[in-house]
Every structure is written in structure tokens, then in C-alpha cells.
Write a protein of this length. Structure first.
Length: 212
């Protein structure tokens, strides 16, 4: 498939949105409704992997599918409203569009709930693809011809590298700069407020940079 000019993928949790307050509220409600202890403060320090991975710390394997469905239903009421955009999120996506590019979101999150977050915050990607984690994110990145993928987790770095996209990491999630660099991140930013300046330079050299 031919590469689309300047298509940039973004992760969602802790890249575009600070989902910690909402996810904590959803876990706390899940704990109340199931009567099962969940350390929500701990859970929000390791965001990134799919929901089932975290639920396995608190529920037996044969309950996870049912509990996950309950969590996703509770999420709508408890997690959308308290979740803000990360600093620079809108400006980062605007920078891609101002350069004539497309900005897509590729996330491990349940896609309908991801869409609710973006709608609530007034962030409108050119495409949203959910349910993909780590190297599986490469499926969507390749399909949409993304030359760059921006994320906060080593799993995002793996997804970018598997897709042959440039891995741009922001140190705003559970993985620190050293972990992201060790995982193979090729560009490391403190947060998305640094993205437009970096992207201006990247876009000026596109597609030569993407090919190299």
C-alpha cells in the first residue's frame, strides 16, 4: 500500500488524554459494585496494556470477561467527564494538519469509549482505531500509511517499530525516558507541547526522512 503523505498516529491514554482520574473513578465504582478490592491508585500507574491485563490482578481468570464488560459500562458514566486532554494534545494534532497531513488515533482502549473521550474534549482525529496493543498497533499504522507513531509506553514504541514507523515517545505515562529510549524510541519528547516544533522540522524533510 502506498504511504499516505504525513500520516501521524497518536496513542490515547497518557499521550493525548490524562486518563488517570477517570480510570481511577471507574475502578473505584467497579470495586464497589463487585465487592472486590482494587487498588485504583496502583492501577493508574501502569496504564497502557489492555484492560484484561490489569483486571487479572484483581479477579480470577474465569470472571475477567464479565467484569470487563461491567467496567466498560461503568466507564461511560464515571470516566469521561473527569478526563482532561494532555498539555499540547490539540496543538500536536493541529500541527500535523497544518502541514497537510492526517492525524489518527490508535489505542488499546475499547473503541466506543475512546470515541467518547475524543468527542467530549473536541478532538477530532481523521481515524480512530481501538483494541490494538503493542505490535498489534502496527496493523492500523500500516493500513493508514503512518510514517510516525507517538506514544508514552514501550508498547507504543514496539508498535511503531513493527510498522516501520518513526517512534516518537513522550515521557508522560508510566514509562520514563530511559525505558522509552531503551525500547527503541527514536525521538524523545518531554510532552506534546514539544511536538509542533519537532514536527515542523520532520515535515520539512518528508518524505526523505520517512524513507531513511
Amino acid at each position: 500500500m502506498a504511504q499516505h503523505p504525513l500520516t501521524v498516529g497518536f496513542d490515547l491514554d497518557m499521550t493525548l488524554i490524562d486518563s488517570r482520574p477517570g480510570i481511577k473513578a471507574a475502578y473505584d465504582q467497579l470495586s464497589r459494585e463487585t465487592g472486590r478490592y482494587i487498588d485504583s491508585e496502583l492501577a493508574i500507574t501502569r496504564l497502557g496494556p489492555p484492560l484484561d491485563v490489569e483486571l487479572a490482578n484483581w479477579f480470577p481468570a474465569d470472571e475477567i470477561a464479565e467484569v470487563a464488560d461491567l467496567y466498560r459500562a461503568l466507564y461511560i458514566e464515571h470516566a469521561i467527564e473527569p478526563t482532561p486532554a494532555m498539555p499540547g494534545a490539540r496543538e500536536a494534532m493541529d500541527a500535523v494538519r497544518q502541514a497537510g497531513g492526517r492525524a489518527i488515533v490508535v489505542t488499546a482502549k475499547h473503541q466506543p469509549n475512546a470515541a467518547l473521550h475524543l468527542k467530549h474534549l473536541g478532538i477530532e482525529p481523521d481515524a480512530l482505531i481501538g483494541w490494538l496493543w503493542a505490535e498489534a498497533k502496527a496493523e492500523a499504522l500500516r493500513e493508514h500509511g503512518a510514517s510516525v507513531y507517538v506514544g508514552d509506553h514501550t508498547g507504543d514504541v514496539l508498535g511503531a517499530r513493527t510498522a516501520g514507523a518513526l517512534s516518537v515517545a513522550v515521557a508522560t505515562g508510566p514509562c520514563d525516558a530511559d525505558e522509552l529510549r531503551a525500547a527503541g524510541a527514536e525521538v524523545l519528547l518531554g510532552d506534546l507541547t514539544e511536538f509542533p516544533a519537532w514536527f515542523d522540522g520532520y515535515a520539512s524533510g518528508y518524505p526523505a526522512q520517512a524513507a531513511g
